[in-house]
Design a protein around this ligand. Sequence first.
Ligand code: ADQ
Length: 747
Amino acid sequence: MDDLEHWRQLACHTPLGILTDLDGTLIPFAPTPEETRIDEERLDLLRNLSALPGVAVAVASGRSRESLDRLLAGAPGISLVAEHGGWKRAKGAWQAIAELTPAAIEGIARELEKIASRHPGALIERKTWSVTLHHRRVPPSEKAELEIETASAVDAWLSANPGFERLDGAEVVEVRPVRLRKSSAVPWMRDLAGPGSRLIVLGDDLTDEDMFQALGAGDVGILVGGRHTRGTSARWKLLGSSTCLSFLNWIVSVRREGPTAAPPMLPSPIAIAPRSRKAGSAGYQMLAVSNRLPHLRSEAGTPREERKKSVGGLVSALEPALSARKGIWLGWNGHFVSGTEPGFMMLDEETRPPLAWIDLPKDWHAKYYNGLCNRSLWPLFHSFPGNVRFALDEWECYQKVNEAFASAAADLVDPETPIWVHDYHLLLLASALRKKGHRGPIGHFLHIPFPGVDLFSLFPWAGQLLDAMLDFDLLGFHTPGHVDNFRQCVGALSPAKLADEVLLHQGRRIRVRDFPIGIIPEDFQVSKNAAMVEEITAVLSPITRTRKILGVDRLDYTKGIPERLLAFGRMLELFPEWRSKVSFLQVSVPSREDVPEYAEQRARVENIVGRINGKFGEADCVPIRYLYRSYLREQLSELYRSADVGCVTPLRDGMNLVAKEYVAAQRRENPGALVLSSFAGAARELKDAILTNPWYVDGMARDLDRALRMPLEERKVRHEKLLAAVSRTTALTWAQDFISILEACRS
Ligand code: ADQ
């Protein structure tokens, strides 16, 4: 489909939602907010748009309600969003988001007022929850001083008020609660437009990025303004507010007169001009590639604060390493493109680290990710041959996706740049990159186990896969056992020669080593955010009187959730004295719900929970509490601390970070006991846990009982040793070790 057809289809879609920013998008900037006027042409446009059947229109702005009411009084049919999503008005009165306290901003507002009073031309704008200092009118000779005063006052205040942030706009500084995001306007707009709606969102500044990031697959984000120097999540751009006006007028004509209306200048796609980007400004000196980008960009609609907090150890480990080397991270953004080819590579250089991404056609994703990755490689590498299924078209698609990532990577960095590839989704990447002339070191870290040769040989394309893996310069695994398995496969299935710590192949040396991944222990040791902890207190309140066993996992059949619940039930049979005295809290985060085995697993877990609760429950005691949701890191830490026993019993796992997180979160003076599967990679370092065999339910039942009865002194001694192990190899040492060896490769 060409671009014109794409826009025609979108313009004619019913229901259609149009959500636009005001200043800089629909109207040009004025020197001060008060001087802004909206001309009749634009008011006409808004009236015309809102009169169209099947179309809902809203203006989303950082302005106050009063200001929007005044400016847009001439277009009463449109809905309004004021103060970046703090207030919303759709047919009727304004409604505020309830949970913010207006008074909280007082301290910094008073300081900014004092600063403004010292600099003629500076202007303070107060809104319900935020304060803005405008300095467009301050004489140039005074600007530098004002900016320094403002920055130091704001930074000092923010360090004591972490729920707020500073936002620098065009000659304005705003301090506002981090929860105020225009992204909240997107689901609201979708509701206004109605079921099945597609949205067109237009905006020009950073606050509009929150809206772009919250869009769904059928929506479009349009960045308005010629100066597209920053990264953006919008896929399309328009030159300025007058092209924006003609584009929206064109939508009115297409809907009124049909597709014959001649197009004005339509939005053009935003893509990185690959070669110029590489040769040009950025000059990235390291590239990390993974199937998914870190959570920084995902979860449409999630407030940015929460997104940051949900970032895991991998990101925390890679962020400093990449930043120190001017690195960038490439992945998939969680969105799909229509059509049959991957989308343009997109770039956001304002995140730390900068992020680049390509989006995939939906059916590619289904075959590559749901198919080959998660129904072939995942079960095979975890030694679940019974769950394995192979399909040629999925393998072909896996190759295509690896090639698409290789093209994007080659466009992003010079051929000498070190590249660090993550996990089983991208095992062919080095091979595809070599074909494109990449000469720099390429390393791979496998986050899941590597199977023995008996299992690996079941893969119909085992030889090809192994061959491609040998194009990496460094192959990292969690444990020496996984390294041994890999070397045995090479010995059996490839002509490469085995030597100490290296493989010799076609005149090259490939280093193969274990790099046990860790966490950042301190992240699990202090809770700064009382509100988050409160939610956990509520979760725990029904079980305050009982001892607690805790399981925390992605809902995956490798994690052994049904087996551990059965073991808990068995423990209640074997040791009836625990009945009504112990609760099992299982927290499962939804995972890969499109893959049938995962849906089955969910049903199985729910069934077992029901059976055990039916058998052992009392009016005042439910033995298993099952929560199917995700928690933020500080909340998880609270849960870990509250549990007498951490039950981490995967049937097979590359490492298992939950085990390490549980240890890190414990109080030294009264730590809980860890029951850990010997089939988790973590068991090699965490020898002082109670190591259990999750395939043997009776044994695990006895191990749970033993953990519950473990005396304080023994728990303390074991915990000291476990904590020492968790602190020895952290996420940071893991990344440093890998990168330093990678950088030394090919030198
Ligand atoms: P995973 O299979 O995802 O990782 P794991 O290492 O346990 O397994 O990491 C899970 C992460 O998700 C932990 O950081 C945990 O805190 C978080 N998590 C789990 N349940 C959650 C919930 N309900 N809410 C919020 N967060 C939750 C893969 C491999 C592992 C390997 C890691 C890292 O399968 O073996 O340890 O990569 O390499």
